[in-house]
Design a protein around this ligand. Structure first.
Ligand code: ATP
Length: 285
């Protein structure tokens, strides 16, 4: 009963190839987690060269941190737990620590698994400790740190006896706000930056393919659409922004069809329901 709807398990089905650009981030992640999981025989001794258990993805909002976390879970074949850090905060005494504990217990039960904690700065900010934070938040922070320490300790150097791993991935837009104790446990830190021009072009091609049709089979995207030009004029946009721009762009032709359909329905309705009484005029008064 303690597990709210915000803590869920899913099969993310996102591959690295679904993510445009971010080549450096992808290759760092492969090296840190995916390859040690895939080729354990190459990463000996495992206690030193095994996968990194704690990893921080940081960068502006909407740049693909969640997508990368899902891709890690897919590529490593792990169960995926996605929680927003703020959803763990409960107003009930003792409940927040319990939620953290249950989350890690569940992850261990379903191991190998990946816990992805979004907006981690909302519970692990160093400002909290400066401003005399709430006793409950302090206990929750401590519980999270204890669980993270437990994960590292349970790593057995004998691959036959080693328990299936649990990876902890945290994401933040405000890395400079993070509690130093948490940062120490997330030694591998990976910047997820704004997309390059090439990545933006790639995203436009994925969001606005020329084969897009409406319900009647009409093509919605111009055959001479300049993807390169679109990428050029959207410098500074995030992947999430480009998705919205593409959605708006697709609404333009669709709106024309909708307007025509609405007009048709209106004509039809007025034909069925003609004005039955004479209009009121000045002369009647
Ligand atoms: P936040 O910090 O706000 O949680 P985020 O960095 O986790 O954001 P995502 O949720 O991964 O960002 O991305 C939001 C959406 O933007 C994705 O669902 C995807 O459609 C699109 N997107 C962002 N970056 C990329 C990318 N590199 N390739 C493809 N799609 C992307």
């Amino acid at each position: 009963a303690i597990i709210s709807r915000d803590i869920y398990q899913e099969n993310p089905c996102v591959r690295f190839t679904d993510i445009a650009g971010l080549d450096t981030a992808k290759s760092l992640i492969r090296e840190a987690i995916v390859f040690p999981m895939k080729y354990p025989e190459l990463f000996h001794p495992p206690s030193l060269l095994g996968p990194w258990r704690g990893l921080l993805l940081y960068g502006p909002p909407g740049t693909g941190k969640t997508l990368l976390a899902k891709a890690i879970a897919t590529e490593c074949g792990t169960t995926f737990f996605h929680v927003s850090a703020s959803s763990l905060v409960s107003k009930w005494r003792g409940e927040s620590e319990k939620l953290v504990r249950v989350l890690f217990e569940l992850a261990r039960h379903h191991a190998p698994s990946t816990i992805f904690m979004d907006e981690v700065e909302s519970i692990m900010s160093h400002r909290g400790s400066e401003n005399g934070e709430h006793e409950g938040s302090r206990r929750m922070k401590t519980e999270l740190l204890v669980q993270l320490d437990g994960m590292t300790k349970s790593h057995n150097s004998d691959p036959d006896k080693a328990a299936a791993p649990v990876f902890f991935l945290a994401a933040t837009n405000l890395p400079w706000d993070l509690d130093i104790a948490l940062l120490r446990r997330l030694e591998k830190r990976i910047l997820v930056n704004l997309p390059t021009t090439a990545a933006r072009e790639c995203m436009f091609r994925a969001y606005l393919p020329q084969t897009t049709t409406d319900a009647f089979g009409n093509l919605l995207v111009d055959s001479d659409l300049g993807y390169g030009e679109l990428a050029h004029i959207t410098d500074g946009y995030t992947g999430a922004d480009l998705k919205l721009v593409s959605k708006e762009a697709l609404m333009v032709p669709l709106r024309q069809i909708l307007d025509a359909m609405e007009e048709l329905h209106l004509d039809d309705a007025t034909a069925r329901q003609p004005l039955r009484r004479a209009p009121v005029t000045d002369a009647m008064v």
